[in-house]
Ligand binder design. Structure first.
Ligand code: MLT
Length: 256
């Protein structure tokens, strides 16, 4: 199994991602927020690449079951119902809802993956679920690190450390023999250096510092919490969902 890591979504267009198996990683915060929203009963996340697309799509959907969520520069977009803090995506807010989702990098990476063979959303909160999925599929994967919010394509340490953790767990816990690209080996090495305290790494990262500055310090604890939301968001058609059995199982486990 070949594992490649891209440090950015920028080099790819939709057609280059066609037919690939992809994990989109945006720890702060699109991957984490998507995972939390679906675990709290959101029907689907519809990722879009621009605010214009979000407005256009939501105009054609029913108002009471559709919400618009996302951010620019970390803050809620004018006219949207939700920002991008995982703490906003409570069961009360999102259960049964379709969420049109627009963020600076994460939703762009998800939207660009629409012709992928498989696309799942990965972060620290659903780490083991993602690792088990890759090991079961047992095919080549591209781990896309979505990057920093202040410009498409910027390297973001937390996403690369997360990719490195996926690789380390595949090797050490699942016994997978991997064919690693140079970028995958670099991600694994960065996980070795920074993986001991994920929360500290997030607090000291560039985007982490920005989120603290604008009042979202509490999000970092949520995003650093390994395996706290063990579900697998995956691309089905043009939206990201939990498979039906998993969604029911998850609500049963929470006693809902
Ligand atoms: C992104 O898509 O760039 C991020 O998720 C930004 C954020 O949540 O602050």
């Amino acid at each position: 199994m070949k594992i490649d890591v891209s440090f950015s979504i920028a080099p790819f267009d939709e057609l280059q991602l066609r037919g690939k198996n992809i994990v989109v990683i945006d720890v702060l915060r699109a991957s984490t927020t998507t995972t939390v929203a679906l675990a709290n009963g959101a029907r689907e996340i519809i990722p879009v690449a621009s605010i214009e697309s979000a407005v256009k799509i939501s105009g054609s959907l029913f108002g009471d079951v559709t919400l618009r969520g996302g951010e620019r520069n970390g803050k809620m977009i004018d006219g949207f119902n939700l920002g991008n803090s995982p703490l906003e995506y409570t069961e009360e807010m999102v259960k049964g809802k379709s969420i049109i989702y627009c963020t600076t990098n994460g939703s762009v990476a998800m939207a660009k993956s629409r012709y992928a063979n498989r696309m799942v959303v990965g972060s620290f909160v659903n780490m083991t679920t993602v690792v088990e999925y890759i090991a079961t599929v047992n095919d080549d994967f591209l781990l896309i690190c979505a990057g920093r919010a202040d410009g498409i394509g910027n390297f973001s340490l937390e996403d690369v450390v997360c990719a490195g953790m996926v690789i380390t767990k595949l090797e050490k816990e699942k016994g997978c023999v991997l064919d690693l690209s140079d970028s995958s080996r670099a991600a694994r090495a960065l996980y070795k250096s920074f993986g001991r305290s994920l929360y500290k790494m997030l607090r000291e990262s560039e985007h982490g510092k920005h989120l603290i500055d604008i009042g979202y310090a509490d999000d970092l604890k949520v995003c650093a919490s390994v395996d706290s939301v063990p579900v697998l968001p995956q691309l089905v058609g043009t939206s990201v969902r939990l498979l039906k059995e998993e969604a029911n199982e998850n609500l049963d486990m929470q006693g809902k």
